[in-house]
Design a protein around this ligand. Structure first.
Ligand SMILES: Cc1cc2nc3c(=O)[nH]c(=O)nc-3n(C[C@H](O)[C@H](O)[C@H](O)COP(=O)(O)O)c2cc1C
Length: 238
């Protein structure tokens, strides 16, 4: 008897997406993409999936701006100019020095892994600056999703909702053989991005997701970040 819900012979679901466990466990951040635009039909499916994300009181506070083509090139050029001029306009603070103890160690390990993948020595300040600035070229992705939100109170609950949306978006990409990378660094230019795209001042930017077809040979994709054991993060109370 044929079970129409079982995985097909090539290990994908009947709709062509990867099974959930494989999707969740193989998703990773990509820092190098092929020059190949995601077709509208595929992007629409990803957006439909992401729209199913949960949110506080079902407020669905995400306001998503997809940038492609000439507008993406223009935005990248302006972001590099702003970066060179140290002209930042974030809506939310980000203090790298605030990560204490094991969190600081994990942050340092992540930075080390990236610069090693890029063949940049620790003491090479200019090399590190150039490697970090690849964020502003969207790591070569031909499209980016910029995640904005309305501002309510201290914004923490709303930011959580945007995180829910972002991860659903990323998992949908992974399930379809695509990849993405969430980028707080794009949020450092929130004011500039609002200006370039004509986004109202009341919408605040949390982070962006560059996405597309991963370039598996790109130096930025050589790294793999590990995870601490579940027992380090999860506590049972019976
Ligand atoms: C909200 C958020 C913002 C991030 N911002 C950046 C960023 O600006 N640049 C970057 O290279 N990686 C960024 N990352 C990617 C993390 O470094 C990455 O998720 C982490 O190292 C774990 O690796 P993995 O995603 O490959 O599993 C961000 C991740 C999240 C969740």
């Amino acid at each position: 008897m044929t079970n129409t819900l079982s995985a097909s012979d090539n290990g994908t679901s009947p709709d062509g997406t990867l099974p959930f466990q494989e999707t969740a466990r193989t998703r990773r951040s990509y820092r190098g993409f092929l020059d190949k635009v995601v077709p509208d039909g595929v992007l629409d499916a990803v957006l439909q999936d992401a729209q199913c994300a949960p949110s506080n009181c079902n407020t669905q506070p995400w306001d998503v701006h997809i940038v492609r083509g000439a507008k993406l090139a223009e935005l990248s050029r302006i972001l590099h100019e702003k970066n060179d001029a140290a002209d930042f306009s974030p809506d939310f603070s980000f203090d790298m020095g605030a990560f204490y103890g094991c969190y600081g160690e994990r942050k340092n390990a992540q930075g080390k892994a990236y610069y090693e993948a890029m063949n940049v020595m620790r003491e090479d300040k200019e090399g590190r600056r150039r490697a970090a600035a690849l964020n502003l070229s969207f790591f070569g992705a031909p499209q980016v999703a910029l995640l904005f939100m309305p501002s309510f109170g201290d914004n923490v609950r709303t930011a959580g909702d945007i995180g829910m949306y972002g991860q659903t978006f990323l998992l949908s990409l992974a399930a379809r053989g695509l990849g993405g990378i969430p980028q707080t660094s794009l949020g450092f230019y929130a004011g500039t991005i609002r200006e370039v795209l004509g986004i109202p001042a009341e919408m605040k930017m949390l982070f962006g997701i560059s996405f597309g077809y991963p370039d598996e040979t790109a130096p930025g994709n050589r790294m793999r970040m590990d995870r601490v054991p579940v027992a380090d993060s999860v506590h049972f109370h019976d």
